[in-house]
Design a binder for this molecule. Structure first.
Ligand SMILES: [Zn+2]
Length: 89
């Protein structure tokens, strides 16, 4: 089993003002392309970008640290305050 590479340090910074609210979706065992690498992940529901961490503790740490998605600027406070209607399931 290969060690999961922590890519969080390469996350970009957000320039645009955040307007969307959301909540990180936790996951694990993310398969990267052809290799099966065990990771803990958090997924942004707004832009579908995923951050991967080596441990569950790391995941919790980064989840709390990322109040805003570095990719799309969504505010991760667990609430949706957009004016758009919920997407149909
Ligand atoms: Zn995002």
């Amino acid at each position: 089993m290969e060690k999961c590479v922590n890519i969080l340090h390469n996350a970009p910074t957000v320039d645009a003002a955040p307007v969307v609210h959301g909540e990180w979706i936790e996951g694990y065992r993310w398969n990267i392309v052809r290799e099966k690498i065990e990771c803990y992940t958090i997924l942004c529901p707004e832009c579908d970008n995923t951050f991967q961490t080596k441990t569950e503790e790391d995941r919790e740490y980064w989840k709390k640290r990322f109040k805003v998605c570095p990719f799309c600027g969504a505010i991760m406070d667990g609430e949706r305050r957009t004016n758009e209607p919920e997407k149909p399931v």
